[in-house]
Design a protein around this ligand. Sequence first.
Ligand code: ITT
Length: 193
Amino acid sequence: MKKLVFATNNLHKLQEIKEILIEQFEVVSLKEMNFFDEIEEPYETLHKNALQKARVVHQFCGLDVFSDDTGLEVDALNGAPGVYSARYAGVNCSFQDNVKKLLKALNSEENRKAKFRTVIALILNNKEYTFDGVVEGEITKEQSGSEGFGYDPIFKPEGFETTFAEMTSEAKNKISHRGRAVQKLATFLKTKN
Ligand code: ITT
């Protein structure tokens, strides 16, 4: 089975993506590659940061590698936190810190529209490719559910009555930003086999 290194330190992402690719690929974690460094994400776009993560790990191991950079874009906040979603409440903040800060920022706001966007960068046979995935939805007024991670307890995808944190990972993967980007990745990789 073809090996692909996933350049992430986020174990939730690793779990979600492994579930989607399990039939086709052996997804190898950074830990399994003995890579323990923090990877800087210095750029102002998901696209550039995704490429940066993939390049750093590719330079380290020389294998085929992909990465995921994701942001939550809130309309009433002009697209914030966006590329800064991981550190919205500060460096080393927790998922809960971010969720609470966002609920506070939208406290008296009626427009709750938001979208998750994922960019996956792939380096395959030394060539670079990117794939994106978006899901529209809204920020709820309260947290609900305990599945998933990050902003999942306050994100309700369009057309659904529950937050991502109230869905199984299988249900989330079918419609999520990450699930959509990974499907594009998988389709592309099939053409290369
Ligand atoms: P890596 O860079 O190591 O992959 P990270 O957690 O730093 O992991 P990002 O830079 O892509 O990942 O940060 C995106 C943040 O957005 C992440 O920390 C979560 O808070 C949030 N996030 C990403 N995907 C999410 C999802 O599917 N559901 C809820 N929140 C998510």
